[in-house]
Structure formats: structure tokens, C-alpha cells
Design a protein around this ligand. Structure first.
Ligand SMILES: [Zn+2]
Length: 120
């Protein structure tokens, strides 16, 4: 550290940081938090398990899933799920399967690649 520069002791800086955490922070938005901001807050505060909370499979990447669909700032309204369980729980998997069933392949080229398809 260059001479002549004053720095507060590390313990003091740590205490100042701790005094401004969470709802004590001047930028705290409470329930007006954005979708992304809420996910960041939950990600920081909800312990991430080793496996999916629904199927118990161990996967490298777990999704943060909202349980109620209301996106509340309550940790018990969130869970860590694998992608498949997350898509099942919020209905995306069912919608994707229905959408894919409606797609009709009409033309393929010589190598078997789809060249034309349409929605039924
Ligand atoms: Zn799962």
C-alpha cells in the first residue's frame, strides 16, 4: 500500500459491509424487485443441494424454480430442480410435446434432413 493513503481497518470495512446487507441496503427494493433481481437474491440465499429436490437425481446444473408461480420473495416458495422436473412442474414440457406433435414433416432431402415442415 502506498504511504499517505488512509484505509479503514479490515474489521471496520467488514462491519460496514455487514451493516448494509439485505433490507438494510439503500438499494433494497423489497417486493418491487425485478424478475432477474429476485432470482439473483434467491440464488444467493437459498442453499443449493447436490441433487434435484423432486426426482433426487444428481445433475451438474440445477434450475431455480418458483413453486407458487407468484414469484414471492420467500425462500420457501423456491426449489432447486433439474431441467426436466422444472419443465414438468411449470407445464413447459407438456406444451413442448403438444407443439412438436403438431409439427408435420413434409419434405426431406436425400440425406434425410428436414427441408420443409408445417404446423397442423
Ligand atoms: Zn429432477
Amino acid at each position: 500500500m502506498p504511504q499517505g493513503v488512509f484505509r479503514f481497518p479490515e474489521l471496520h470495512r467488514l462491519n460496514v459491509a455487514l451493516s448494509k446487507m439485505g433490507d438494510k441496503n439503500p438499494r433494497w427494493k423489497g417486493d418491487d424487485v425485478s424478475y432477474i433481481g429476485l432470482h439473483v437474491w434467491v440464488r444467493r440465499n437459498l442453499l443449493k443441494p447436490d441433487s434435484c429436490e423432486m426426482c433426487k437425481n444428481k445433475v451438474d446444473d440445477l434450475d431455480l424454480a418458483n413453486i407458487s408461480g407468484k414469484y414471492l420473495r420467500k425462500l420457501d416458495d423456491w426449489e432447486w430442480l433439474c431441467r426436466k422436473c422444472h419443465m414438468k412442474s411449470d407445464g413447459r414440457l407438456k406444451r413442448l410435446i403438444i407443439r412438436n406433435k403438431k409439427t408435420i414433416i413434409t419434405e426431406r432431402d436425400k440425406s434425410g434432413r428436414i427441408t420443409k415442415c408445417c404446423q397442423a
